[in-house]
Design a protein around this ligand. Structure first.
Ligand SMILES: [Zn+2]
Length: 351
C-alpha cells in the first residue's frame, strides 16, 4: 500500500481536523509548546542535552514531529538536519544516535522517520539500509538491536515498521518474525519483550503493531487484551503501563493506539485521558510532563501533542488507524516514535 504526496497531505489534514473533536486548541497551549521545543533544540550544551547526547537522533524525531503536528516545521533548517542525520550513518548502513556513536536499530528507525518527515528519503541508499536491518534478524525470527545481540520485541516492531516504510519487507523472513512475536504472548492477552516476559503496554503496542503491519492480528485475543488495556486507566484518567504503576502521558499513546488496532478504543473513557494530559501542561513556559506537576520534557511533549492530535474516534476502523499511523503516511504522528520513548523508559527509568 503506497499513497502519493497529495493523499498523504489529505490524510494529515484529516488527522488535524479530527483532533479538534477531542480537544479545543484553546486548551492545548500550541504556541507555548512550539516555543518550548525550539528552545530545547537551541540549548545544545546544557545538562539535559549532554545527558541525552546519545539519544539525539530520537530527540530530533520527537521534536520535529511535535513541531510538524503544531504546524511549525518551517521554523527549522531542513538541509542542516538532513546533513547531520546522514553524518550519523555507518558503513554497515545503520545509524548511530549522534555523530561518532555506534549504530543501533533504534536510531536507524529515527533517522528514517526524520528523513520521511522532511520528505528526504531519496538521500538514502535504501537497499543498504534494508540489508542492515535484515542482518539483525536471528534464526528464531527475533531481532537483535545491534551487533551485541540484545533481543526484544521492540526490535521486531522497529524492523517491520522501518522496512514497511522503505517498501522492503521482503528482505526478512516475515513468517518467522510473526511467529516469534506470537511466542511472546501471555495468558493475560498481553505481550512481553521475550517469551515469558511480563505484559507491558509499550511492549504490547510494539507486538500488536508488528502483527497489524504484517496482517497477522488474528493471533491477538482482542477482548482479553482490550480488557487488560482498559484496566490501565487510573482514577485521575491517566493510563499506566502495567498494574500498580503510576499513570504517565506517554502510555496514553501506547494504550490508545493498541486499542485502536484491536478495535476496542470505545471501551475507554477518552475525555478523562484528555483531561489528564491537559493537566500535565506547563501553561506558563510550554512543554508537557509525564504526570501533573513534574518537569516537562521533549518526549512527553511529543506524546501529549500526538495524542491530542488524534480523536481516537470510535468510527476509525482498526485498519484506518494502522494505515493513518503507520503504513501509508510517512509523516505519521504516531506509531514510529513510540519505540524510542519506550527505550527511554526501559533503559533509563524503568517505570
Ligand atoms: Zn513516559
Amino acid at each position: 500500500m503506497h499513497f502519493n504526496g497529495e493523499q498523504q497531505r489529505q490524510s494529515i489534514i484529516c488527522f488535524l481536523v479530527c483532533s479538534l473533536k477531542g480537544f479545543t486548541m484553546g486548551e492545548l497551549e500550541v504556541e507555548k509548546h512550539a516555543q518550548y521545543i525550539l528552545s530545547v533544540e537551541k540549548r545544545k550544551d546544557d545538562f539535559e542535552s549532554v545527558v541525552m547526547e546519545h539519544l539525539r537522533m530520537n530527540g530530533a524525531y520527537w521534536g520535529l514531529t511535535t513541531l510538524d503536528l503544531l504546524g511549525k516545521l518551517e521554523t527549522v533548517d531542513k538541509d542542516e538536519i538532513v546533513s547531520w542525520v546522514m553524518s550519523c550513518q555507518h558503513e554497515s548502513g545503520g545509524f548511530g544516535g549522534n555523530v561518532g556513536h555506534d549504530p543501533h536499530i533504534l536510531y536507524t528507525l529515527s533517522a528514517v522517520q526524520v528523513l520521511a518527515l522532511l520528505d528526504k528519503l531519496d538521500v538514502l541508499d535504501i537497499d543498504k539500509l534494508a540489508n542492515y536491518i535484515a542482518s539483525l534478524q536471528n534464526e528464531d525470527g527475533s531481532f537483535s538491536g545491534d551487533m551485541w545481540g540484545e533481543v526484544d520485541t521492540r526490535f521486531s516492531y522497529i524492523a517491520i515498521c522501518c522496512l514497511s516504510l522503505l517498501h522492503r519487507i521482503d528482505k526478512i523472513n516475515v513468517e518467522k518474525a510473526v511467529n516469534y512475536v506470537v511466542s511472546c504472548k501471555n495468558l493475560d492477552g498481553g505481550f512481553g519483550s521475550i517469551p515469558g516476559g511480563e505484559s507491558h503496554a509499550g511492549q504490547i503496542f510494539c507486538c500488536v503493531g508488528a502483527l497489524a503491519i504484517t496482517g497477522s492480528l488474528h493471533h491477538v485475543d482482542k477482548d482479553l487484551l482490550g480488557w487488560w488495556l482498559c484496566e490501565r486507566q487510573v482514577k485521575s484518567g491517566g493510563l499506566n503501563g502495567r498494574p500498580e504503576k503510576l499513570p504517565d502521558v506517554c502510555y496514553s499513546w501506547w494504550v490508545l493506539s493498541s486499542l485502536i488496532m484491536i478495535d476496542r478504543v470505545h471501551w475507554i473513557n477518552k475525555e478523562k485521558v484528555a483531561r489528564f494530559i491537559l493537566d500535565c501542561q506547563d501553561k506558563e513556559n510550554g512543554g508537557i510532563s509525564d504526570r501533573p506537576d513534574d518537569a516537562v520534557d521533549v518526549f512527553h511533549t511529543y506524546f501529549g501533542v500526538a495524542v491530542s492530535d488524534n480523536d481516537f474516534s470510535d468510527s476509525c476502523t482498526p485498519l484506518e488507524g494502522i494505515h493513518c499511523m503507520a503504513m501509508v503516511d510517512p509523516k505519521p504522528p504516531v506509531l514510529f516514535y513510540i519505540v524510542m520513548e519506550l527505550d527511554f523508559h526501559f533503559l533509563n527509568i524503568r517505570d
